[in-house]
Design a protein around this ligand. Structure first.
Ligand SMILES: *Cc1c(COP(=O)(O)O)cnc(C)c1O
Length: 454
């Protein structure tokens, strides 16, 4: 390999054959999810109404490596292994001695990391005889990943899409429908939850919390139908480790190892997937100086301003209670363009590792994030998703610090997806119309006060 290479590309037969389960290496176990009524730990039995057995097993497993089914690997080959790029033109523009790398997940058919878990989830459900999956989607990134995955395995897919996105952002809906999914604006008349809300609030624009409640009700009340979640849960983090496992092989090929790893965090899946295989090294006492940095919006600062405690996963309070960093399930973040980073909570695994000091977090304003995305587009050519742009901002800031200190550090960021469906956001930024929000401390404290007592 010469110094001039831009992409480090693995062969198809080098795709990792197992996912890495960080639960095997935790010094103390995760606090268990609790039944929202009894506040007792959830039993696998209770989860069977909406999840397949294999995913329930993975959710609780403490086996270090879990075999990726052959059929899933076959689908992964449509876009995996994904390239690890060296951002040489960005380095040059910044005049930094640092090396900047990014792992590019935008090459998947739906354009993000999300099919890494959507394909696995659809497969296990199909294997257990499930014929239809339900889910919710905000702007449509998760819905389109699941629509793609279910079409591959000949399953039906019902997506409850937050009504304001359904009306304002039609293109991801078109993508989902082209893959064969049924998409309803939420709240809908398909479910009791939806009908009740429409009676009292006929003009509501909907919310992710309502859409989750609809998708769960639909799955729980229909035969051969399950529910599927695109982030937060342990089995989702597990499937996403394919990203970090590939990255490790790529850095081995480069004979290098990252000093700084950053990525954006909504529910935590793309960044956990990229970072956990490196945190494994830290837990084993190697590469302890490597910094692992979560990037989040100032408008939804879960890790930097939230509290680490039990909370519901949805706003209706129907889901199990999870121990995580949270801003409170009633927290409604401002309508920033990085829709995928507007979740009130975070993955329990990522939360615990942050609490224990293996990871840290930084929050950014949206204008500085788009400024970074624009520089990235103009140097590297790729137009990243507004979510991924948070990681670009962090990588640039770290590279600037390296310039000041004249340090040749190796920086890598998880580049979670492309922004071709987010051009309205770029349009607003280019026209100087983006607003910076910082969520007021009082509102965060107010919403944290409404957390359930456990
Ligand atoms: C959904 C999404 C995210 C946020 O979700 P995580 O689970 O935190 O990864 C980030 N980037 C892109 C491109 C997404 O589609």
């Amino acid at each position: 390999m010469t110094m001039e290479e831009t992409k480090t590309i693995l062969d198809e037969n080098e795709i990792p054959k197992k996912w890495y389960n960080i639960q095997a290496d935790l010094k103390t176990q995760l606090d268990p999810p609790l039944n929202p009524q009894t506040k007792e730990p959830i039993t696998p039995e209770e989860l069977k109404a909406i999840f397949p057995k294999e995913l329930i097993k993975q959710e609780m497993s403490r086996e270090r490596y879990i075999q990726i089914p052959e059929e899933v690997l076959e689908v992964y080959k449509l876009w995996r292994p994904t390239p690890l790029y060296r951002a040489r033109r960005l380095e040059k523009a910044l005049k930094t001695p640092a090396k900047i790398y990014y792992k590019w997940e935008g090459v998947s058919p739906p354009g993000s990391h999300k099919p890494n878990t959507a394909v696995a989830q659809a497969y296990y459900n199909m294997k257990e005889g499930v014929e239809r999956l339900t889910t919710e989607t905000g702007a449509g990134q998760w819905g389109s990943a699941l629509a793609f995955a279910t079409s591959i395995f000949d399953m039906d897919c019902t997506v409850y899409m937050v009504k304001c996105s359904y009306e304002q952002k039609p293109y991801r809906r078109v993508l989902m429908e082209t893959w064969g999914a049924n998409v309803f604006p939420s709240p809908s008349t398909q479910t009791e939850v939806g009908k009740k809300i429409l009676e009292t609030h006929p003009n509501t624009t909907g919310s992710l919390g309502i859409a989750i409640s609809e998708a769960v009700e639909d799955a729980a009340t229909h035969e051969n139908t399950n529910y599927s979640l695109g982030s937060v849960l342990n089995h989702v983090m597990l499937h996403q480790t394919i990203i970090g496992l590939e990255m490790k092989k790529q850095f081995e090929a480069l004979d290098d190892y990252p000093d700084i790893i950053c990525g954006c965090v909504g529910g935590g899946s793309n960044f956990s997937g990229a970072a956990f295989p490196f945190i494994e090294d830290k837990i084993q006492g190697e590469h302890r100086d490597t910094r692992i940095v979560s990037c989040e919006p100032m408008a939804c600062p879960t890790l930097t301003k939230g509290e680490y405690r039990y909370d519901f996963g949805d706003s209706a309070g129907l889901t199990p209670l999870l121990k995580m960093y949270t801003l409170g399930h009633n927290f409604v973040p401002p309508a920033i363009h990085a829709g995928g980073l507007r979740y009130h909570g975070d993955s329990p695994l990522l939360s615990k590792l942050t609490r224990e000091g293996y990871m840290e977090a930084i929050a950014y304003y949206q204008n500085e994030v788009f400024e970074a995305a624009k520089l990235f587009a103009q140097t590297e050519g790729i137009l990243v998703a507004p979510e991924a742009a948070h990681a670009v901002r962090a990588a640039i800031d770290f590279a600037k610090i390296c310039k000041q200190k004249n340090e040749q550090k190796t920086i890598v960021f998880a580049n979670s997806g492309h922004g071709f469906f987010d051009l309205a956001a770029y349009d607003a930024y280019n026209a100087n119309k983006l607003q910076d929000y910082e969520h007021p401390k009082e509102l965060i404290l107010k919403s944290l006060k409404e957390l359930p007592a456990v």
